[in-house]
Write a protein that binds this ligand. Sequence first.
Ligand code: B16
Ligand code: MG
Length: 215
Amino acid sequence: MKEAVIFDLDGVIVSTDEYHYKAWKKLADEEDIYFDTQINQKLRGVSRLESLEIILKKTNKTYTEEEKENLAQRKNNYYRELLKSLNHEDILPGVLNVLDALKEKRIKIAIGSSSKNTGTILKKIGLDKIFNAVVDGNQIKNSKPDPEVFLLAAKALGVEPLKCVVIEDADAGIKAALAAEMKAVAVGDAQSNMNSSYRLSDLTKIDINKLLEDG
Ligand code: B16
Ligand code: MG
């Protein structure tokens, strides 16, 4: 049986993915760059600057590194403005029950997110004290699909990667989990990802024994 569960944040615990979309869309519109929900799918789990590079593929304009930093900062300001209204009720369906069930079974729980806003988000939704470890975009050099964030989370928990399960909503996150030799569970937008061993539409449908079984 697995000994720890590592949760992605954005798209698994809370739907901040919608806020990311709105903030990038505002920036893209201001810069006159085409951006839609399909392009947005490619940004799931990917770092802020890498997301910007994906968006800039739709323009012939060239930006200096400094201008790119400014664009990313502008997007983050829009995003943080949207985060102000976030609260406990924004926690996605099923999440609190899963966390309770895992705590009861003494299974360790962690966050493994690419977001540098993880601390703010966890505080806003009132989950800043419940996880045994939180690893986020501030602690890693390489974002998903690189396994770094999940390997660091396993290390912080003191659990071997083979004994960890990752719950993810992004293809980049599923790849990262598998590269870390962890079991990958796909929810929401990643549920069609056939590389994951357990796929479900949301966490209300989860079977805790199936989540924790080896394999
Ligand atoms: P930030 P996750 C990721 O969070 C998001 O899915 C991705 O869209 C975002 O670009 C990335 O965090 C960086 O976020 O701009 O807040 O540092 O899914 O890994 O929890
Ligand atoms: Mg995500």
